[in-house]
Design a protein around this ligand. Structure first.
Ligand code: MV4
Length: 462
């Protein structure tokens, strides 16, 4: 059956690689939009290159020479006659300058306004902005803290422990926990030095340190007509070194009431900002209270979890909104159904997390009811050593959490990825842990369990 509607764009260039490039190509094909894959020399044999309508080589393997090479990407868009660019996640997805240049060259950026990317990129500005728009934030300094004296006063005002954070940070880099006033001066100096070294900006701010929070994030969406909605939460507390391992929705600890409360506040912020496109507002959640952490102005790795429980194609919605269409979604037609869990499969040793690039000798994707496998790998595919080690995402959906976990185990068992080490065995192990089954985990749980696991393995070896 031919779709006779005029497509929203003629051609979209995808400024990314791997599974997200495939994900965007799939949405384009279903929408009758041509796709262009750009790729590094190391990705000439990629599934994205095979499945896109056209492909353009944009440079050598290293990200900085290819997927981060703005002139090469804009040239590829011009040469292929693309009318829009989708940045995926990572790489240039939260680069306001890239978004600006895309628009200046007459293409459409499939993402938010550059000013919103900039605003949320500065954590101090982001916190002040969302606080003014009604979101709960962690108590702490009113903006940047310049001196040790000022910082010590904040420790006294709010009580210890506190956390010193970099304004240009994110991903946890350069954070310092302070548990006593004696430690403060040294921690403050270290935080500023690390912030300067990592981000070229030594601005820091201070918050009360939450000891055992969960990471709960709200998926939001806005359009160019002033509409703003939320699509519920994802609980991403199971992480190691700020890399998420497991994401699920709904959160096992959130009541309907709490969900509506924070979701309504998040959607209000989107409308008041005039935010356009997909976004995620991250919160820490402790003692039944939400505290704003950061806002991500991109589509995220874990977006399929929300797609599974809402039935909404978030990439298609990004494309529609970028083309100026109104959101078809509203409070009345969004229903959260059942439970979804995603596990990120990395080509890494499941005990040491050391990357394991190399040839995939055999591959069999899991399937069956409620199972989705988003990946760009195939048998005979050599995983290049230059990029992130995530090789796929297994997402399962079922009527409730218990069935979902059973389905996840079943799907892990039937997945075959031979030739490289993967984190699949670790994921199976997680599904067997009591705390995972009860939902009783926080952001530090995984790292604690991994320590115990490593010790148990040592004992066995001795
Ligand atoms: C915090 C926190 C506790 N208290 N802020 C880590 C990444 C950065 N974007 C924010 N982070 C945190 N901020 C206060 N006031 C604990 C963390 C944190 C964390 C947050 C989410 C997921 C994993 C984490 C691991 C360690 C620390």
């Amino acid at each position: 059956m031919a779709n006779t509607d005029k497509p929203l764009f003629n051609k979209i260039l995808i400024a990314n690689r791997g599974e997200i490039a495939l994900r965007i190509i799939r949405a384009c094909r279903e929408m009758g939009i041509q796709s262009v894959a750009v790729h590094s020399t190391a990705d000439a044999n990629s599934m994205a290159v095979r499945l896109a309508d056209e492909s353009v080589c944009i440079g050598p393997p290293q990200g900085k020479d290819s997927y981060l090479n703005i002139p090469a990407i804009l040239t590829a868009a011009a040469v292929t006659g693309a009318d829009a660019i989708h940045p995926g996640y990572g790489f240039l997805s939260e680069n306001a300058e890239f978004a600006r240049m895309i628009e200046e060259h007459g293409f459409t950026f499939i993402g938010p306004k550059p000013e919103h990317i900039d605003k949320m990129g500065d954590k101090v500005v982001a916190k002040q902005t969302v606080m003014d728009l009604g979101l709960p934030v962690v108590p702490g300094s009113d903006g940047a803290v310049e001196t040790i004296e000022e910082g010590l006063q904040i420790c006294r005002d709010f009580g210890l422990p506190v956390l010193i954070k970099a304004a240009s940070g994110g991903g946890g880099k350069g954070m310092q926990v302070v548990r006593s006033e004696e430690e403060f001066a040294e921690a403050f100096t270290t935080a500023r030095r690390e912030a300067a070294a990592n981000f070229g900006d030594d601005t820091v701010y201070i918050e009360k340190f939450l000891e055992k929070p969960r990471h709960i994030e709200i998926q939001v969406f806005g359009d160019k007509h002033g509409n703003g909605i939320h699509l519920g939460e994802r609980d991403c507390s199971i992480q190691r070194r700020h890399q998420k391992l497991v994401e699920e929705a709904p959160s096992p600890v959130l009541s309907e009431e709490k969900r509506n409360e924070i979701g309504t506040l998040a959607a209000d912020v989107i409308r008041k900002m005039g935010y356009v496109g997909a976004g995620t507002i991250e919160f820490l959640y402790e003692d039944d209270k939400f505290y704003f952490m950061e806002m991500n102005t991109r589509i995220q790795v874990e977006h399929p979890v929300t797609e599974m429980i809402t039935g909404i194609d978030l990439i298609a919605e990004q494309i529609r909104v970028a083309a100026g269409k109104k959101l078809r979604l509203n409070k009345e037609n969004i229903r959260l159904r059942g439970h979804a869990i995603e596990v990120r499969i990395n080509a890494e040793d499941p005990d040491t997390f050391i990357p394991s690039p190399g040839m995939i000798k055999q591959f069999h994707a899991p399937g069956g009811l409620g199972v989705r496998f988003d990946s760009a790998i195939y048998a005979g595919y050599p995983i290049p050593p230059y990029y992130d080690s995530m090789v796929g995402k297994l997402i399962v959906h079922a009527r409730n959490r218990e069935e979902c976990i059973r389905r996840l185990r079943r799907a892990i068992v039937e997945t075959v990825i031979d030739g490289v080490k993967t984190t699949l065995p670790l994921h199976y192990w997680i599904t067997e842990q009591e705390d995972f089954l009860t939902g009783g985990y926080d952001i530090h749980w995984m790292e604690k369990k991994l320590e115990e696991k490593a010790l148990a393995k040592e004992d066995k070896a001795a």
